[in-house]
Design a binder for this molecule. Sequence first.
Ligand code: DGL
Length: 262
Amino acid sequence: MSNKANILIFDSGVGGLSVYQEIVAKLPQLDYTYIFDNEAYPYGELAHDTLVTRVESLVKQMVKEQSIDLVVIACNTASTIVLPTLRSHLSIPVVGVVPAIKPASNMANKAVGLIATPATITREYTHDLIRSFAQSKPVEMLGSTRLVDIAEEKLRGNPVDLLELERILKPMQGSVDVAVLGCTHFPLIKDEIQYVLGESVLLVDSGEAIARRVSSLLEMVDSEEIGERQIFSTTPPWEEGALNQALSPLGFTPVQHFPLTI
Ligand code: DGL
């Protein structure tokens, strides 16, 4: 693979940008194609089969049309169910993101909190992760779509209501010493979550591990060059102007439309 590999990053919304930022910090010379399926957002409340069909179709279409070399499913909710099917249909590497239960459990003394989407906390995959890696530490789960919305709003320049955040995170306050950000949207509101849970709670996400994994799968040639970045959505995004303004410093040209055809 050349140093100009084209990486596809997939999410339901802007959450995958938290993963993109980790990867691009390590590998700025690559080309990045980001697609978000906002037509079916939020994925945390989408039926299992609908989600699998949509992700499969969109990723396959993108891989074909954009000459993609590696796919990152930058969405925990999707990764917990789509990876085996996707990998069986594609001949290029597919990297997924799942909640960082293992490292969090290793670091916890008291209890681990898992903050994710309503779907992720019910997934068999998540429960298997906890059974295999929670090191007999209790794991408290909190599923919230409102937190995902808050991250979408913040990226578009809307202020985060800390009192609302406090109400949502209340069940975790005081009971956990490590909290897993098990949705890629949540690193976008990490400072606010940290403020509400307090400095003594360690927040863990999977972004950096994903960037290392991507880097290990590519053969890199050193280059000073910065690659191209383009971004697509399945339906016109809300507050598109504000969104494009936030995407520009991340290197993206304005959002282009890529409707799903099944
Ligand atoms: N960013 C996604 C995740 O990591 C999903 C958010 C949603 O659409 O519910 O789970």
